[in-house]
Structures are given as structure tokens and as C-alpha cells.
Design a protein around this ligand. Structure first.
Ligand SMILES: Nc1ncnc2c1ncn2[C@@H]1O[C@H](COP(=O)(O)OP(=O)(O)OP(=O)(O)O)[C@@H](O)[C@H]1O
Ligand SMILES: [Mg+2]
Length: 511
């Protein structure tokens, strides 16, 4: 794929500011193409022809004017930097012309416009059946012609000429003159604005006193929706009760201004005001107006849906915390130690799930930044009962964003494994108060997540078999990893020459 910016840098001698001027032209030219009902093509002289490969010179193999073979040599050549088709009419060039290089002799009108620095009109003689009109506009920047913008159309294809067509073509002629004068595109034209209005959305033309001299049918519809029913021509928008600051700013600053405004609570529109400049004076303006009420309503609905989902997560978290405290209260009333411990473990498991919902309640979307859960999970394991042993838990690596459906079980599993290390690394018959060191190594790999929990303790008992264990903690972990997340859980340690126990889990991303 060929990008205009690369072509301009590699094939032309344009300075970076001149290149920016052309880029701005190409970011605003849907307006020009729509107003002129024509294909527009931007031509720039090639500086270093030897750099161009033979394929690109006169390549394309199509039936368009640019497809003819060129004659490399000292002769002036142009490269097509950009091409746009109108949304208001049929296209004239079916092929992609960007990057094509041709000798100036093949398009004498482009050459004439370039050499004389004037707008020229003529016929495109390339054996087409229908007559083809051609207009070439010199693009001036800093008092120099840096490119030629050509417009091709056939009077036989496209739309019949009516009032709207005539107005648009007159507007195009004004913009063409502004391009040739070096005052269009404007320096701020690279500011992109989402949902910016286009010609098809609605056009209003103002005179130098901001009076409306033309409003396209779509613009009239938009004004109707805003409650403006009277005839609009001859009045200013302010007189019609529509106060839009963009217009005043555009007239005083000589720059295009875009504004989103709300008229009555239920109509939202975007208005772009482009001043028409002649001899450094604003002689009028083109307003493009787009009713974005439906679009904004949908945005708001999405936002409120997002907020509702977060609210649900928040409530789930609160409910889990309530369950956790109920279990704690209940365990205090028990005398049986085993029962007490069972309840406190249930409480801890629920707390791990609550952590994930707490993050989901804060973050939009269904991805959980797992890094925010890890510190709380570590705290949870450290704060548990461990008979006064010193515990250090270190975490290396990061999982990045984890899908919510993976994050909850994964948090429970990590809580379970770290808790085991705290509890069993130096369990009976070990005596004394050893320092428990736990290392959590986590990593997001291309197609999944890897978590490794290693401790410095005694390791798993020799006869331990994870498939046969009746204990709850590892069974839960294995079930969550293998069944729910379609992953793998393996234990290792002393047998593998590692001092202590190690548990590795691998979870595929698609789970
Ligand atoms: N890090 C570890 N170091 C040494 N032994 C371990 C380690 N983790 C687990 N074990 C052994 O594996 C057994 C099973 O662990 P599991 O978590 O399934 O049960 P538990 O911790 O005993 O009870 P629960 O987790 O249900 O409260 C433990 O009883 C212990 O003997
Ligand atoms: Mg356990």
C-alpha cells in the first residue's frame, strides 16, 4: 500500500511544511470533492526520477489517463499523491491512481497550471467515449506553487444541474481560488473532529454579513428538527433563534470552527463553519450541519449500559463482603477449631472473588488489569493465620489485562496456592519459626497466562498425588484451572531438585 506521506518524502523535494499543507488539503478535500461532484487528484512534480522503479512509471495497466507509458528523461514528471471520489456523484476514475508517475507532456493542463500558476480548464483527451472536462488548480503555499489539484468530470454522467448543484459549484470555484491564492487549506485543518459533518449532511451558505443565502434540503430538515420552521434565507442564524458561537469566531479569526450544540434538550447538532476568504476578507461562509441526536442518544445509552454493568459488579462485591463478614461472625461463635478454620477459609476464598469485582466495578469493559489485584491477593495470604512466622511474598512479571471470566477463577487459584505455601511450607514436623519466602512468577504469553508459585519450604509430601487428594484447596484450584479455564496445573518441587514446593499453572487465552 502506498501512503501519500511516504510518496511525498521519497519522490518530491517538498519541505516538511509544504508536505503538511498538502496533507491538510487532503484531509479537507472530501468537502471539495462533494461540492464539485468530481474526482480530485493531487499531482506533485517528481524530484528524483531515478528513485522511481520502472513498475511505478506509467504502471497500472488500466484505461485511465495516467496509465500511458511515460518517457523517463529530463522531462518534468508528476506523481499522483492523492485521489478522492465524490460522495455526491459517480466516480470518474475506477482505478487507484495513487503513486502513478507520468511525464508532464501527457497531461498538458496539469503542466500549464503548474508552470503558469493559474487555474486552467480544458478537455481531457484520452479517447474516452464521453466528453471529459478537466480543471487544474495550482496549490500555492508560501507564495509558491507546490502542487496541482485536478478535477475531472463528465457533463454526461452524474447529476442534472439544479439550484443546489449550481450553488455547490460556485462554492467550489471559491475554494479553488482560495487554494490558488494559498489561503486554503487553513492552518488548523488538520484538527480532526469525530463525526464532522459532510456536504451530504446539510449545507448552509452565509454572506459577508452572516445572512443565509442558501440552505440545502437536508440543512432545512435539520433546522426544522430544531424548531425553526420559518423561511431561513435572508436571516442570520441568531435572528432565527440559533446562537452558534462557531460562526462569530470563524468570521473574526478567519479560520474554520466546529461546534457541537444542543437546541432544546432533544436535538444535538454539529456545525462546521468554514469562512470564504477573498483578498484577506471574509466574504461569506459555508456551514456544514449534521444532526447527531441519534448518534449521541446511542452514545449515552452505551455509557449508561457501561455504568449499569459497573454498578452490578459493585453490588456483587458488596454482597460478597457481607457474606464474608457473616462467616466471620459465625466462626466466632463456634468452639470447634476445625469448624472455625473451615469458615475462615471460606471467608478468604470469597474475599478473593470480591477483589476481582471491586476492580470490575471501577474499570469500564470486561478486561481486568490483573496487576491491580495482585497486591490485595498477596495481602490476603499474608494476613491469614500463620502462627507468627515471618512471611515474604515477592511477585515478578505481569499478566497485563485479563478477561473478567478468567480473572475471577485465577484470583481464587492464586489465593489458594499462596495460602498453601504460607500454611504448609514449614508445617509439622518442622519446628521453630522459619522465614517463609514465596515467589510468584507471572507472565502473559502470546496465547495465554503462566503463573508459578514457588516457596522455600519442605516441598510436597513424597506420597502426595494431586489426582487423588481429598483436600479442598488444591482440588478447587485444579478444578478451576483444568475444567473452567481449560488450562493445566502441575506440581513440582523437591523431587525436581527445587528446594521447596512449586506449582505451575498455564491458562490458554481463548478460555
Ligand atoms: N506449598 C506447599 N508445601 C508443602 N506442602 C504443600 C504445599 N501446598 C500443599 N501442600 C500439601 O498438599 C496438601 C493439600 O493441599 P490443599 O490446599 O488441597 O489442602 P489443605 O491446604 O490441607 O486444606 P485447605 O486448602 O482445604 O484448607 C496439603 O495438606 C499439604 O500437605
Ligand atoms: Mg490449602
Amino acid at each position: 500500500m502506498t501512503y501519500p506521506a511516504d510518496l511525498a518524502r521519497e519522490l518530491t523535494s517538498l519541505e516538511s511544511e509544504a508536505r503538511s499543507h498538502l496533507e491538510r488539503l487532503m484531509s479537507t478535500w472530501p468537502l471539495l470533492s462533494d461540492l464539485s461532484f468530481s474526482d480530485l487528484i493531487l499531482h506533485v512534480p517528481v524530484d528524483n526520477l531515478s528513485l522511481t522503479s520502472n513498475e511505478s512509471v506509467g504502471s497500472g495497466g488500466n484505461r485511465d489517463a495516467f496509465a500511458r507509458r511515460s518517457h523517463p528523461g529530463d522531462e518534468l514528471h508528476f506523481v499522483v499523491l492523492g485521489q478522492i471520489r465524490p460522495a455526491t456523484s459517480q466516480t470518474f476514475f475506477e482505478h487507484d491512481l495513487i503513486g502513478q508517475i507520468y511525464a508532464a507532456g501527457e497531461l498538458p493542463l496539469v503542466r500549464e497550471s503548474w508552470e503558469k500558476g493559474i487555474i486552467v480548464f480544458g478537455e481531457l483527451d484520452e479517447g474516452r467515449e464521453e466528453p471529459t472536462r478537466y480543471q487544474c488548480i495550482p496549490v500555492r503555499w508560501n507564495n509558491e506553487v507546490i502542487a496541482v489539484l485536478s478535477r475531472a468530470w463528465s457533463p454526461l454522467i452524474g447529476r442534472k444541474t439544479g439550484g443546489l448543484e449550481r450553488t455547490y459549484l460556485t462554492l467550489f470555484a471559491r475554494f479553488a481560488q482560495m487554494i490558488a491564492d494559498g489561503v486554503f487549506p487553513f492552518v488548523t485543518d488538520d484538527d480532526t473532529f469525530e463525526d464532522a459533518p459532510r456536504v451530504g449532511d446539510g449545507v448552509i451558505v452565509l454572506d459577508h454579513l452572516k445572512h443565509i443565502i442558501f440552505a440545502s434540503p437536508n440543512a432545512v430538515n435539520a433546522l426544522h428538527r430544531m424548531g425553526i420552521m420559518s423561511s431561513v434565507t435572508g436571516s442570520t442564524l441568531t435572528e432565527l433563534g440559533l446562537r452558534v458561537e462557531a460562526i462569530d469566531v470563524a468570521y473574526t479569526k478567519h479560520l474554520p470552527v466546529i461546534e457541537e450544540f444542543e437546541r432544546r434538550p432533544d436535538v444535538i447538532a454539529i456545525l462546521r463553519c468554514i469562512p470564504l476568504i477573498e483578498d484577506a476578507n471574509v466574504v461569506g461562509a459555508v456551514l456544514l450541519i449534521r444532526d447527531v441526536t441519534d448518534l449521541r442518544r446511542r452514545d449515552r445509552l452505551l455509557l449508561s449500559k457501561d455504568a449499569a454493568i459497573r454498578e452490578v459488579h459493585h453490588r456483587v462485591k458488596n454482597n460478597l463482603q457481607t457474606i464474608s463478614s457473616l462467616l466471620r461472625l459465625q466462626s466466632r461463635r463456634l468452639n470447634d477449631n476445625a469448624a472455625k478454620q473451615a469458615l475462615s477459609e471460606a471467608e478468604r476464598r470469597i474475599a478473593a472473588i470480591a477483589l476481582v469485582h471491586e476492580i470490575l466495578a471501577r474499570e469500564p469493559g470486561d478486561q481486568v488489569p490483573f496487576g491491580e489485584i495482585m497486591p490485595a491477593l498477596i495481602r490476603l495470604a499474608r494476613d491469614g493465620e500463620f502462627h507468627g512466622r515471618e512471611v515474604t511474598i515477592e511477585c515478578e512479571g505481569s499478566l497485563g489485562e485479563v478477561p473478567a471470566e478468567v480473572a475471577t477463577p485465577l484470583a481464587v487459584v492464586i489465593a489458594e496456592l499462596t495460602q498453601n505455601a504460607v500454611e504448609h511450607a514449614f508445617a509439622e514436623p518442622f519446628t521453630g519459626l522459619p522465614h517463609v519466602k514465596i515467589n510468584l512468577a507471572i507472565d502473559a504469553i502470546r496465547n495465554g497466562f503462566v503463573v508459578e508459585v514457588i516457596d522455600n519450604g519442605m516441598g510436597f509430601p513424597d506420597d502426595f498425588d494431586i489426582e487423588k487428594t481429598k483436600s479442598l484447596g488444591l482440588s478447587i484450584a485444579r478444578d478451576l484451572v483444568c475444567s473452567q479455564l481449560s488450562g493445566e496445573l502441575s506440581i513440582g518441587g523437591r523431587k525436581d531438585g527445587i528446594n521447596g514446593a512449586s506449582v505451575v499453572i498455564v491458562i490458554p487465552r481463548s478460555s
